[in-house]
Write a protein that binds this ligand. Sequence first.
Ligand SMILES: [Zn+2]
Length: 716
Amino acid sequence: MILKINSYVFIGEPHLKQMKNNGEESSIIDLSISTNKFCIQLKAGQEIRKYQEELAAPGLRGENYIFVAPTGTGKTLVAARIIADHLDRNQNLDNVVVLLVVPTKALAEQQKDALERYIPGASVEICTGETQQTISLACLTNHVAVCTGGKLYSELFRKDLKFSQLSLMIFDECHSAVRGSDYANVLKLYVEEEITCSSSNPKTQIIGMTASPGAGKNPRMNLQITLDHLKMLAAHMNATSGIKTVVEHTEELERHRKAPKLDRLLLEPRDVSSDPFVQEVLETMKEIEKDLKGFQCVGIKRWSHKYLQKIRQNIHALELSDNESFLDLIRANKELLAYCSTLCVYMNLRSEDAIKVLKKESDSFKIDVTCSESRQKYATIRRSLIERLESLEPHDNPLMSKLQDVLYHKFVNDKNSKGLVFVRTRYEAKAMSDWIADSKRLAMAGIHPGMIVGHTTNKKDSMTQAEQKEVIEQFRNGDINLLMATSVAEEGLDIPACNLVMRYQYIASDIKKEQAEGRARAVNSECYTIISAHSPQKYQDILNEELIRLVQTIFKNGYFPNGDSLAGEIKKLQNKIIDDKRKKEAKQKQKKVLASDQIQLLCKLCKVQACFGSDVRVAGEQPYSQFAVSTPEFAEKYSIKPHHAPAQLTDSIYKTHKIYCKKCGADWGVKCVWSSDNQYPIIKCVQFLFKFGENKFELKKWSNAPFDIPPLEDSD
Ligand SMILES: [Zn+2]
């Protein structure tokens, strides 16, 4: 049996901590009798601020609630204050475990460091998808476990961990508890237990913290919609004591907040009617559109999202159709996609960046099964267009010129500036940082650019977490002082405070806007949005700003319910949450109606038959399930190549190869080795067309399959 020690006699005594982490505690049990409290330790001259105490107060009373305070005002210290008090009050009990739940691994590391610094008496362990350590084990031997939402959900789902084992849970960035997220899944399980379990069980205290609870999907600025959204968040978090913002010590909060100066710069974009680059591309697009009989795009700009959607719908319909020349038609549509992305890039960047897209996209078509005639035809069209575009005199992009001006003045006036520029895509981040590195004017201002983008399976334009960390370190020490970033940098990464944050032709949600602006918390900070004057995004940005204000008004004027009326509403909503969850589960069960041996899986691209539904097996638990084909005959349908980045897929599965359709080269998935030494191909459902009798259908997720998929057994 492992007993927990809840306090230290000698704070900072390293060997004692060592023993605890090993779980060998029997020899030091008696030490816990003499107690030294878990107390918050701050740097000399620092103390917990009054508004932080105000935010912590309900937590210290053991209540469930959500607290909201701007980025950079010390929410983690508020959490640490509550955790220390919780450990201190309960130090003679042996089932006291605190969980701090965070959305990302990077944030887990950051919060672990902070808690260890603030509460030197507590042992803190980290549990993420990448650590071997399970939360249930970490809980036995530590005071606090910092875990990601994904890790927590998978342990709860497998019933390796129960809520009753946890005495306090704090959800960092709790606004992430939206549909389908790990947070939402965890909280649904929590609400289900909360409702169904008898009240005699000791309940887990639960607290949420965020800088921006969000206004919900609310395009018309409706007060009721935002109230409903906030109540739903409170119901998921069981926040019976409501949502708390600072009301007493607002002056002190404002003093420490260092709110940035905000501005929206509306600019005239490239003039498409006279721009020869745009005209050349448009002419070519119109020519190709003639090959698609009946294609209409009146009133739709060919560089808009609407156009992209229209083309994607075309491709989708063709994939399902029996049209004999569907491959050529798909090819024509894909050409249009490439031209559309070229124009999109041209509107935001330089002509050379746009031409690169055209060249890159044509490379990616090499493994295509289009008949050689139409492949050659479109390749010729494209080559000739590239030649014409390259011979044009490049026009300056007015949006980029403005960006350059702002950057130049900021860095010339303050040599120690740190800037962050958010862009929409990885490609833009790369192109922008290349452009800035090439600019003599910006080099003269002392700008050293870098970029930070997210991690994807596509190795190109992607960064691993180690690479992200390295860039952030260079940004911290000043080797890089301007970061071009995608949304990955909005939250969940430990990026140093900046004094310049810009969003370049990139508008997301109200929550993301607040998060991004929260990065600008150094002295004399400025935030700019650079955006085309007539774009729909302009209205979205204005709406986001209004929604942020709406949420502030709700709390300032006390529109959010409290007391018994809130408790009643939360109960009602929780019943609805569980009702919906069960209905959805029942519906999914009902959907498994087709006989799996009568379902054929066809390669989506060349329509060759790959296997039957009855050949598919599921391995591993949700949400990390993998879908394998168990029949050996399937091996004749695919070719394999060593994986460029072999890696652990789950605890027991290691991917070694990529598998491709033998006929057309479509990417079907990966080949894996199990810890049992068995090998199976794992296939992606999106690469297949499912045929049942005369009906064809697609699947986005295996879990939506309308047939039963049995688990993979050793006998398979
Ligand atoms: Zn194929």
